[in-house]
Design a protein around this ligand. Structure first.
Ligand code: PLP
Length: 406
């Protein structure tokens, strides 16, 4: 193998931009470079029309009204706008927000920020399979609860939360429901209105669109939700998000949404077969464990722990032939174990030994087969070198060993 082609299995970090998306964007950099807020000439009108069309394409994917889509710079901003915006807008109603320990940092850190401003935040634990405990969620609701924020699908495990049931609880208790749906939109059906989700964050670059553009869905009726703007300026996006719109990015986002609507079914079917094949082959090895509820999971994701194999080390054996993420160093340069996996009750060792494989629209069967081979060889190699693995094979109960020297 001297002609090396890097196999990209890290689509949950970001997806490549679909070439059809790039084609749609190109005219908006030069010929049609107008500012969508310029009302007095052709350039402005053209840009505004393009933004309107993209808004329609995105609204269609979600089955919502165009006006319910607020463009942002990405899901991080959408999450900030949703949570801070609701906290400020509904301050008279209460200050309590419920979220979950395994949320993305864009949710957790935003909540942390609000705690300093007087918010009361409940961080729910998840069950071992990564799902929210609905009884615990309901028990956490109080008279001053204004918002429940639960992600649609987890970025590390692909676990899909029981959205319908959570929405029902929100409805029953008159609490707003926000979801960070970044990993779900464009890959599985996500229809916030039908489900009872009132605010929903997502981003183009996780659904084969460009980076730097995202959106927040904000329900306009039953209930009519408002969020306080987090940026002051020209009052764009119905006053909720000021700033000149990223027209080429939005055009690409719209195209990505249109393609997703047409192709997500067939993509999901193909990818779940490939993912299942990858998983079946890799779990043939001893002491492997799939993390997260396999019955409620995104079709293209597999998070696997290879016991007694350190994930970052395993990735080095791939010699830059496969791009994946490990359960270490997901959020920082330090080798902290993934808080998502630890939150699901995995010990630090199992969290460190986990690898996230996330397939995408451009992943081929051949790449998956090559990846299986590389991972298998890597795991075997690491275990052959490991005295701990030898002890395991000798039947030593590793949990009973006193490791520190006295
Ligand atoms: C990627 C991701 C984000 C951040 O999205 P950006 O558009 O990069 O800001 C937020 N939440 C989840 C679940 C993600 O996977």
């Amino acid at each position: 193998m001297n002609q090396r082609k890097l196999i990209y299995l890290d689509n949950n970090a970001t997806t490549p931009c679909d070439p059809r998306v790039v084609d749609a964007m190109l005219p908006y950099f030069f010929e049609k470079h107008g500012n969508a807020a310029s009302r007095s000439h052709q350039f402005g009108w053209e840009a505004e029309d393009a933004v309107d069309y993209a808004r329609e394409q995105i609204a269609k994917l979600l089955n919502v009204e165009d006006k319910e889509i607020i463009f942002t710079s990405g899901a991080t901003e959408s999450n900030n706008l949703a949570i801070k915006g609701v906290f400020e807008m509904y301050a008279k109603k209460g200050n309590h927000i419920i979220t979950v320990e395994t949320e993305h940092k864009a949710i957790l850190d935003t909540c942390g920020h609000l705690e300093k401003q007087g918010a009361e935040i409940t961080y729910l634990k998840v069950k071992e399979d990564g799902l929210v405990d609905l009884a615990a969620l309901e028990a956490a609701i109080k008279p001053n609860t204004i918002l429940i924020s639960v992600m649609w699908a987890n970025n590390e495990t692909g676990v899909i939360q029981p959205m319908q049931e959570i929405a029902k609880l929100c409805e029953k208790h008159g609490v707003l429901f926000h979801s960070d749906a970044t990993q779900a939109v464009g890959k599985i059906p996500t229809h916030p209105r039908e489900l009872g989700v009132h605010l929903m964050s997502f981003t183009a670059h996780k659904m084969y669109g460009p980076k730097g553009v995202g959106a927040l869905y904000v329900s306009r009726k039953n209930p009519r939700v408002k969020v306080t703007a987090q940026m002051d300026g020209g009052g764009h996006e119905r006053g909720m998000r000021s700033g000149t719109l990223n027209v080429p990015g939005i055009v690409g986002f719209g195209k990505a949404a249109e393609i997703a609507r047409e192709e997500m079914g067939k993509d999901a079917e193909r990818l779940s077969k490939l993912r299942d094949h990858l998983e079946a082959e890799l779990t043939k090895m001893e002491e492997t464990k799939v993390n997260g509820n396999v019955g409620s999971r995104m079709p293209h994701v597999s998070n696997i722990s290879f016991k007694h194999v350190e994930g970052e080390g395993l990735m080095m054996t791939f010699n830059q032939n496969i791009a994946v993420s490990s359960g270490s160093a997901c959020t920082s340069a330090s080798l902290e174990p993934s808080y998502v996996l630890v939150g699901m009750g995995l010990g630090d060792d199992l969290a460190h030994s986990s690898i996230r494989f996330s397939l995408g629209r451009f992943t081929t069967q051949e790449e998956v087969d090559q990846a299986i081979e590389l991972v298998r060889n890597g795991v075997n190699h690491m275990r052959e070198l490991s005295p701990i693995w030898e002890m395991y094979l000798d039947g030593v109960d590793l949990s009973k060993i006193e490791w520190t020297a006295h």
